[in-house]
Design a protein. Structure first.
Lengths: 172, 288
């Protein structure tokens, strides 16, 4: 089978609240469909075999590896990428989510390549456990690799994000 | 790293899936895909067709009764781990599942898929063997139940025929007077184990009637060793008895000698934990 004759599938993807129609071969990884077909390049592709966690997205709210799913298999799912984490506050660009703000406050990133996967993973992690201990924060991010920070500031960012979430909850 | 082209089917009924599977010798079943997709991306496998079972109805359940835990082919590891009823009836499930990869992988990967993937470095095939569970398979020819002892044919190879689809797995309940333990050593929690050890101990009164140990990452196929004799003999050495049946190998993560050392360290600890667990459960039964 050559690329000329490879069968294409019409797939409807629900991403960040928007419906997208794409025509892709069955072997199109969901990570590639998001980046190449939808132009959502916030989802990063590192190892492409499920180890590094850079491509982590939320599928029906649960963190999953976009590189270990095919776009054709994601038809019934509600997908959230890092682009969908920003909260609307009436302004054009919106405001950073608590997790994004936590990373900004605590210098939780250096080169930023791994960051989208951390942000999605932690967003779901704090929903399940809004008040993690430092140990639990470490466990929350154990499936994501970062080669810059040494993780110390990422752990701080998780704890800070939980704090921001509480502050915003109180002021709301 | 991209998979080679394949034909793709997403059937909505089991019959449709089984007919497709029977009609294409080169077809593979896609459930969670957490082991299959890396193999495809690295082109270690290039099936002609993938049959995606994620849209099939009625396969996602985790059913628990006093006989045990019945898990459907689409139940994700995370869903099995979240079932407190399952953990109560068969505590080894939760003990082992918390070591299966990272939570993100457990959100997609299925327990039944992991079992029929038959990786000797994975926890759940060994757990099914240790607990003497079984897998239910379906094909256009009918259904059958494969006992765990007859499920594993070789490295990454189950005894399912090419037209058979695993629709569920059954883990028997932990019997009265029995206890289990689990421990593994990995570079990071969630990575593949250098060595993993699970024990199942059955007491008769306060004496050990049977002691069996399952191992991860020290053999080509999921392996269980009966160490009852070594446990009952006060001069016996259960770890040495187990090692005689194992075949630890060198790889980039650990030498064979280090794996053998970990077996010697972990076996007594996990046996003791399983024996304590059995005694604790016996005490609770007396109290209640």
């Amino acid at each position: 089978m050559t690329s000329q004759t490879e069968e294409l599938h019409d797939v409807r993807l629900h991403v960040n609240g928007t419906v997208h129609e794409v025509r892709v071969p069955a072997r199109r990884l969901l990570s590639d469909a998001l980046r190449h077909d939808l132009g959502l390049t916030g989802t990063h592709v590192g190892c492409e075999h499920g180890v590094c966690g850079a491509c982590t997205i939320l599928v029906d709210g649960s963190p999953m590896r976009a590189c270990l799913m095919f776009a054709v298999s994601a038809v019934d799912a509600e997908i959230t990428t890092v682009e969908g984490l920003t909260e609307s506050d009436g302004s054009a660009q919106g405001r950073l989510s608590p997790v994004q703000q936590g990373f900004s406050d605590c210098h939780g990133l250096q080169c930023g390549f791994c960051t989208p996967g951390f942000l999605t993973t932690i967003t779901a992690g704090l929903r399940d456990n809004p008040d993690p201990t430092e140990e639990e924060a470490r466990e929350m991010i154990a499936g994501n690799l970062c080669r810059c920070t040494g993780y110390q500031n990422i752990v701080k960012s998780v704890l800070r994000a939980a704090e921001i979430e509480r502050e915003r909850g109180e002021s709301a | 790293m991209k998979p080679a082209p394949f034909a793709y089917l997403r059937p909505s009924t089991l019959d449709e899936a089984l007919t497709a599977l029977a009609g294409e010798q080169g077809a593979k079943v896609l459930a969670g895909g957490q082991s299959l997709v890396p193999l495809l991306s690295m082109r270690l496998a290039a099936p002609a067709m993938l049959i995606d079972i994620n849209a099939l109805p009625d396969l996602g359940s985790v059913q628990v009764d006093e006989s045990g835990v019945r898990i459907g082919a689409l139940a994700r590891h995370a869903e099995v781990l979240a079932s407190s009823e399952a953990a109560e009836v068969q505590p080894l499930l939760a003990m082992a599942l918390s070591h299966v990869a990272h939570p993100t992988i457990r959100n997609r990967g299925t327990t039944v898929g992991s079992i029929v993937h038959a990786d000797a470095a994975a926890e759940m095939p060994m757990v099914l063997r240790l607990l003497e569970g079984s897998v239910d398979v379906a094909s256009v020819r009918g259904r059958r139940t494969i006992p765990a002892a007859e499920l594993f044919a070789g490295p990454l190879e189950s005894t399912l025929a090419h037209d058979e689809l695993a629709v569920g797995a059954f883990f028997p309940a932990l019997a009265a007077g029995a206890g289990v333990g689990f421990q593994e050593i990995a570079r990071r929690h969630g990575d593949y184990a250098l060595v993993g050890v699970a024990a199942h101990v059955q007491l008769d009164g306060d004496a050990v009637a049977s002691a069996r140990i399952g191992f991860v990452s020290v053999s080509d196929v999921p392996v269980v060793v009966d160490v009852t004799d070594a446990v009952q003999d006060t001069a016996g050495d259960p770890a040495a008895a187990a090692l005689a049946e194992l075949d630890p190998a060198d790889d980039i993560h650990a030498t064979a000698a280090y794996r053998a050392h970990l077996v010697k360290v972990l076996v007594p600890k996990v046996l003791a934990a399983a024996t304590d667990h059995a005694r604790e459960r016996a005490r609770q039964r007396m109290d209640s």
